[in-house]
Design a binder for this molecule. Structure first.
Ligand SMILES: [Zn+2]
Length: 217
């Protein structure tokens, strides 16, 4: 099967969107890009994540043509492919309607750096203005909103995260949902003390090597 490894991985992570509390029902979508083939594997539209098999994941080229698979791809496929066309540091994209990120997105609030964990995405996470789901305008605005970052809030919609692989993109989505919850609760209680630009520079530098184990011979 074409891109079997990526399609299998996507079926596992779609279930995790639900079990990790990042989305409900069939909300959200996931893709993985194969640089050698120049194809992406993307979740199908509106299918129960617990009934999916790898064949249900759709393989597409970056112009929106279906290369393999009998299912209809996610209506947001353009919001995935635009990142693979425009950014070579993003090889997987995760989109979720996670609760706190969606609350902030509906307020059209960006996430300011109140917890250092926001460093998994950058110095802050911007929020874009509202665009219709599945539209090229949404894809373009997501790309711009994520410039120099690995996550963005989609205005009145939800969360988008990208990474060099699916595990990283998923972790970032989960981390930013947590940051959104902390930020929202801080704003409800008072005024969070924000980290400075310099403090965030140090965090970003440390994150480059965090979790990287030294090589042993
Ligand atoms: Zn959505």
């Amino acid at each position: 099967m074409l891109m079997e490894r990526e399609r299998t991985e996507i079926t596992a992570y779609l279930k995790m969107l639900i079990t990790h509390g990042l989305t409900k029902g069939t909300g959200g979508n996931i893709s993985v890009y194969n640089q050698a083939l120049k194809y992406m594997a993307v979740s199908p539209s509106g299918m129960d994540y617990f009934k999916l098999s790898p064949e249900d994941i759709v393989v597409m080229d970056l112009d929106g043509n279906i290369i393999d698979g009998n299912r209809k791809p996610s209506s947001e496929y353009e919001m995935h492919s635009i990142f693979y066309r425009e950014r070579d540091d993003i090889l997987s994209v995760v989109h979720a309607h996670s609760p706190y990120a969606s609350v902030l997105a509906c307020l059209n609030w960006s996430i300011e750096p109140c917890t250092y964990l926001i460093g998994s995405a950058g110095k802050d996470v911007r929020c874009t203005k509202y665009e219709t789901f599945g539209s090229p305008e949404l894809a373009a605005s997501a790309l711009k909103g994520m410039e120099g970052r690995y996550a963005v809030l989609l205005g009145n919609h939800g969360l988008l995260a990208g990474g060099t692989d699916l595990a990283t993109a998923f972790d970032t989505a989960e981390e930013i949902e947590f940051c959104a919850e902390i930020y929202y609760k801080c704003k409800a209680a008072g005024n969070p003390v924000l980290l400075s630009d310099n403090q965030m520079d140090i965090v970003l530098e440390k994150f480059k090597t965090y979790g990287v184990q030294p090589e042993v011979d």
